[in-house]
Design a protein around this ligand. Structure first.
Ligand code: F6R
Length: 619
């Protein structure tokens, strides 16, 4: 996936575009570029590497100023991360510049046709066909907007595209060199890739995500598939592909511009781990009343027609989905959790009584969206549990339930895991209350009461954690193992994913009982085993930890201080006492900090780990 930004205003666009790209870098950081329209034509600056490299290049040799521009930060799909493959891409005349997020499926055919017409290509990307197509249609009409629409109509696949065109002769009559009827505009369109319009004061933005322009405005319009937008200094127009005006609602997001920055922290990940007391409080707010779950999206009776629930998700979201699945199993509801990339016709019978819950922070993960579409095609009812309002999952699923964690910029998901898990815990109890024969958790009132303590308990963990000492102590290890049972298994898998993702060290999570069925062969004194105790199946976890310990492995217990397992291990990470459903989330905060400190000691690129991007919009 990639990040795009466009901006039209009255003052210089360069700094705004660069700041926007920095805030979008979580979407990809292989290469970056901007194009500015000014009186002397289009100025394009792009390079492989992060936005910092682009900024350094611009500081050393300024691009020139201009009030209209587009920018891009890339996660490569077609072609390696080279200067040539970086966006913006231009046509042969250098008068059309385009940034694109998505995949143009018919680019090979389009490219062959354009080459036959004399267009010369410089990159390996699918995107490069777009500026050439716009240029080709420019030869048949004087109207740039029409040429843009015709080019977009030729594209198959997914796209969020923004283009600028400079067709004037330098040095013509107007003060800025533009011919008097020259259109000062950004042209944009979306289908299948996110694009949000930001409404500033006398300036307009388009971006893949809100943090790109959050420092300038909170007023946004979520564009829909098929929308074409023209941004001009006077304002914006939204139409369909044929040019018929469409009306879209303006939303005001209550995110703070601070949410898009690192604040006092060295890394977004650290900031996001520390912000969990706040994000969790937002997740919970207004969703528990009188000892019951109270979801305004799903009032009592909303699930009476449901007889089975499937969860689909990827990565960290899959681990949160495991939480949901475990809780529904306990509630005697027919349920399963699927890796979204494996969700196909082999998942067994599905009908209108099947509820498919897609768990996705971004709401844009291609594998998860494919699973939602498969489920819908087979008649299931769908719910998206997501963080991003107006995301594709939220729009395509029958209903959306927002986790309200606020923007997450670090590529490694942290605060969204805890908010997803809490949201799913609430949703599962709401579902169980509606389904005949299902049984919400016995001590639901106790569970919900302790939920109100969770934000403060997370605060205690982040303030008192000794994960930094343990990260240092075990840094030279050969591999890192994480074990737990029940909900603790989900946490063990998540702990290992986080660890490998940002330290690049070998880490594996297991359900504790499986250790002895093979993985134990890997255990030595150089493989610490982090054992998660959640208050469910703890004796068995302790037995399994002891089996590893007697083969020399250092054992780190993650449990309340007075837990019987604590003295038996070699080291301990403390969590406050709580209901077993929430204990794993506290343990997970310790593991997040462990990964963070280990990666920091190793000097890794914590917020932008190698080869990864925050949401993966390709299958
Ligand atoms: C890991 C991580 C990924 C995502 C996964 C799904 O830290 O962030 O594993 O969880 O790519 O992304 P979403 O939740 O956006 O669908």
């Amino acid at each position: 996936m990639c990040g795009i930004i466009a901006r039209v205003g009255r003052d210089d666009a360069v700094d705004t575009l660069l700041t926007g790209l920095e805030n979008l870098e979580y979407r990809g950081y292989d290469s970056a570029g901007i194009a500015i329209k000014n009186g002397t034509g289009l100025k394009v600056r792009k390079c492989s590497g992060e936005v910092d490299a682009l900024k350094t290049g611009i500081d050393e040799s300024p691009t020139g100023s201009g009030t209209i521009g587009i920018g891009h930060t890339r996660w490569s799909t077609h072609g390696p991360p080279t200067d040539e493959n970086a966006h913006p891409h231009t046509d042969t005349t250098g008068e059309v510049a385009v940034v694109h997020n998505g995949i143009i499926e018919n680019y090979a055919t389009l490219k062959a046709d354009l080459e036959a017409e004399g267009h010369e290509f410089e990159s390996d990307t699918d995107t490069e066909v777009i500026p050439h197509l716009i240029d080709e249609y420019r030869r048949t009409t004087d109207d740039i907007e029409t040429a843009f629409r015709r080019a977009i109509a030729d594209l198959e696949g997914s796209y969020a595209v923004a283009a600028i065109v400079d067709s004037d002769e330098p040095g013509s009559d107007s003060p800025d060199g533009d011919s008097p009827d020259e259109e000062e505009a950004v042209y944009a369109a979306r289908r299948g890739s996110p694009l949000v319009l930001g409404l500033g004061s006398e300036e307009w933005f388009l971006a893949s995500d809100i943090p790109a322009f959050l420092e300038e405005t909170n007023d946004v319009i979520y564009l829909e598939d098929g929308d074409v937008v023209v941004l001009e200094p006077e304002g914006y127009r939204i139409t369909d592909l044929e040019g018929t005006p469409v009306s879209r609602e303006t939303d005001t997001v209550d995110w703070d511009p601070e949410d898009a920055g690192k604040g006092e922290y060295d890394h977004y990940m650290r900031k996001e781990i520390h912000s969990q007391p706040t994000s969790l409080a937002n997740t919970i707010e207004g969703r528990v009343a009188d000892g019951e779950v109270d979801l305004e999206e799903f009032p009592a009776g909303a699930f009476t027609d449901v007889d089975a629930v499937q969860f689909v998700a990827c990565g960290t979201s899959y681990h949160a989905a495991m939480y949901g699945e475990w809780l529904l199993r306990e509630a005697n509801v027919r349920t399963a959790v699927h890796r979204a990339s494996e969700y196909d016709s082999s998942v067994g019978p599905i009908d209108e009584h099947t509820l498919v819950v897609a768990v996705t922070q971004s709401g844009e993960t291609a594998d998860t969206l494919a699973a939602v579409r498969e489920a819908k095609a087979r008649g299931a009812r769908t719910v998206a549990v997501t963080n991003v309002v107006g995301s594709t999952a939220a729009r395509e699923a029958d209903d959306a339930l927002y986790i309200r964690a606020g923007p997450e910029i670090g590529v490694a998901a942290t605060k969204t895991f805890s908010s997803q898990s809490v949201t799913l815990a609430l949703l599962t109890q709401r579902i169980a209350a509606d389904i005949p024969d299902a049984e919400p958790i016995d001590d639901l009132d106790v569970m919900l009461e302790s939920l109100s303590d969770l934000p403060d308990q997370v605060e205690t963990v982040v303030e008192t954690s000794r994960a930094d000492e343990l990260a240092e102590r075990y840094l030279e290890s050969r591999a890192f193992f994480f074990i737990g049972r029940g909900l603790g298994h989900a946490v063990a898998l998540e702990g290992a994913l986080k660890f490998k993702e940002i330290t690049y060290e070998h880490a594996e999570g297991f359900t504790a009982g499986e250790l002895k069925h093979g993985p134990l062969a890997l255990v030595t004194e150089a493989t610490p085993v982090f054992s998660v105790f959640t208050g469910g199946g703890d004796e068995a976890v302790q037995t399994n930890a002891t089996e590893a310990q007697s083969r020399g492995a250092p054992i780190v217990t993650i449990a309340p201080d007075d837990h019987q397992a604590v003295g038996t291990g070699d080291a301990h990470l403390s969590i406050p006492d709580t209901h077993p459903v929430w204990a794993g989330l506290l343990a997970n905060v310790q593991l997040q900090l462990l990964s963070y400190h280990a990666a920091n000691e190793l000097g890794r690129s914590i917020d932008k780990p190698r080869n990864l991007a925050k949401s993966v919009t390709v299958e």
